[in-house]
Write a protein that binds this ligand. Structure first.
Ligand SMILES: C[S@@+](CC[C@H](N)C(=O)[O-])C[C@H]1O[C@@H](n2cnc3c(N)ncnc32)[C@H](O)[C@@H]1O
Length: 269
């Protein structure tokens, strides 16, 4: 992607509320400055002033978002190699998972998927780990920067490299990007998982989702994604909803896969 195309994509993003980036590692100052420049984030020269409570920090283990308010959750980073995602990968949770079934995974067939609300990339990474090629769309520059960093580290690790090389990050607003997709590259499926109240029992996920919500808000415009997603997908659109929630945009799905806390609504165009 050229520099001009990259800037044009950044211009379609929501205001990152001037989240600043800094580092405490003298050896990482040049790299951290580059990251700030690339994503249009404010830069804080190390040692010049204490960072504000909400800030991004580059360290040897990658980029993370810190919220140092008392009792605040965090830090938040995109992590595929260790932790919950590493566990999910090692457990070999595969094609019989509800998300995989909703997206139409069958043996011998790996769909091409656009994850239009990529967030921390967990669902996208899971899909790539069972063979899908996934394009991740993310409109918030801070989240996109975290994703890019997590993907870079996943590419470097032999356990996660195969899945990571099936993932492509495209920063920008899906409402625009879905409508501009090259016709020759239409995906089999578009996946939508906008922000909704966290209901999972995992304390870790709760904590991370709380911080993500602090950053991106409630995705109040998410229903606008259904029409362009249905236009683009050749086979289906899958929307993740809380189990008891009304259908997206009040439009009943073709069918749904219902789990204890979440539901995957499947729309066939
Ligand atoms: C709940 S999170 C997604 C979590 C993700 N499925 C995962 O597994 O980590 C929703 C994300 O979608 C992004 N988002 C919402 N609307 C969007 C849009 N129109 N275009 C691109 N990204 C969007 C938000 O910024 C947020 O990061």
């Amino acid at each position: 992607m050229s520099r001009t195309q990259f800037r044009a994509m950044l211009d379609t993003m929501v205001d990152p509320d001037a989240v600043i980036l800094t580092t405490e590692a003298a050896g990482l100052v040049a790299e951290a400055r580059q990251v700030a420049l690339r994503w249009g984030l404010a830069w804080l020269e190390p040692g010049s002033a204490p960072p504000p409570p909400l800030h991004l920090r580059l360290a040897d283990d990658g980029l993370s978002l810190w919220d140092t308010h008392p009792r605040a959750p965090g830090p938040l980073r995109v992590e595929f190699v260790v932790g919950a995602m590493g566990h999910r990968r090692r457990m070999g949770m595969g094609r019989r998972q509800p998300l995989a079934r909703a997206l139409g995974f069958k043996s011998g067939f790996q769909p091409k998927v656009v994850d239009a609300t990529a967030g921390l990339g967990r669902d996208a990474f899971f899909l790539a780990s069972i063979g899908a090629r996934v394009t991740l769309l993310e409109r918030h520059p801070v989240v996109a920067a975290l994703l890019e960093d997590g993907l870079r580290r996943a590419l470097l690790h032999p356990d996660t490299h195969p899945a990571a090389q099936r993932l492509t990050l495209r920063p920008g607003d899906a409402k625009t990007l879905l409508g501009q997709w090259p016709p020759a590259e239409r995906p089999h499926a578009v996946y939508l998982d906008p922000m909704h109240p966290p209901r999972t029992k995992s304390a870790l996920v709760k904590k991370e989702m709380r911080l993500l919500r602090t950053l991106v808000g409630d995705d109040g415009d998410s229903a606008d994604l259904l029409a362009p997603a249905l236009e683009l997908a050749t086979d289906r659109v899958v929307v993740k909803r809380p189990a008891g929630a009304a259908p997206f945009a009040d439009r009943p799905p073709s069918f749904a896969i219902v789990e204890q806390t979440v539901r995957f609504d499947v729309y066939r165009p």
